[in-house]
Design a protein around this ligand. Sequence first.
Ligand code: SF4
Length: 420
Amino acid sequence: MERKLDQTQALIEAERCLYCYDAPCEKACPAHVPVPEFIQSIRSGNLKGARELISLANPSIEVCGEVCPEEQFCQSVCTRTKIDTPIKIRELHKFVTDNVKLKDLELDLPPLNGRKVAIIGGGPAGLACARELRRFGVKSVIFEKKELGGIPVQEISKERLSDEISRSEAKQILELFNAEVRDKKITSINELHGEFDAVFISTGLTEELELDVKGVNLQNVYTARKLLKTIKSGMKTGLGKRVGVIGGGNVAVEVAAALKREDPSRDVEVVYRRGLKELRAFRDEIEEALELGVAFQFLAIPLEIKGTEKVEGLLCRRARLGETDSSGRRTFEEVPNSDFFIPFDTIVIAIGQKPSDIFSELEKTNNGLIKTNEDLETSMKGVFAGGDIVRGASTIVESVADGKKAAQSILKYLEGGKNV
Ligand code: SF4
């Protein structure tokens, strides 16, 4: 899907901006990118100034320029919608970052002040926190066992987000803001005692939710994120010709599209309990999957994966939608006597992620997420957390916002002179 604006298109788009006072788009962006200001800079031909404004607000802006769900955030409230169509905000900041790189900016960093913060997890939240801390003279050590960059680097398909963009942005943040990376898995705060003044946990959700139906142990049943990592690494999955993907979120749609792309002759069908409106995937991902030929089986509740040794298909029961629940989504109920069978040779389970069972010293929610207060401080003094490990599955820009917010809370905490 082409997402690139050329100079003329960018200028036309910038001219359409109404430069609202108290701009709703800026408020709706979790990272508070100053949208009218950077668009004004584009209009006046000051792309470097635009880049400075965008980068200051959002350290992962090159990644967000490609995959941010703007229709869920900034663009959904654009005043221009009342006249014709919303401003293409994401495309505009992509236009800026395509033309001015982070390394082209003059960074005026203060000297290090001797404080050191441990960041556990090198995804968008961890990188944003490291960048923000360094802007105020604090050094970070990022503990990351996998490749730096988190989900954008490890899981989002190359067709949606090129390696060049995701890797180079993570590397530039690291190099330009002097963070250090250590290849070590940290599972308890005790492991960090003595060396650090504060800790930020941004490990994300590392485990996949298991589907509680008969047949999940059959051959050819896979989990989605492992497959996404395999595809992203350039290896072939070697999966069958008729694949059922169980789930209704971004990961389900992403893996379905990736498997179809890998082998266009393969039939891929997403099986979901609710309807199209309830699908919790981004609109452009759904459109892309449909364009690729991914099929959707809506209102289907998986009952059992059938087969003797290998998968032979999925037994489902028809669902119908009910009332709207407190989360704003329609509930669903089973339709009696409506069981049906879909033949598949492979099943992929993509029903969500959960945190791994680590950091037992910290207070958690019933879902195993880390509990924090408004400042993202956990139940342990000097230990902060953010991103998916606090919110549950969320977006890159929300994780970035948490990383920035945690850094500000850490700076306040360090002013108090307390150590972990
Ligand atoms: S980062 Fe995302 S939400 Fe924020 S302005 Fe850019 S596209 Fe909109």
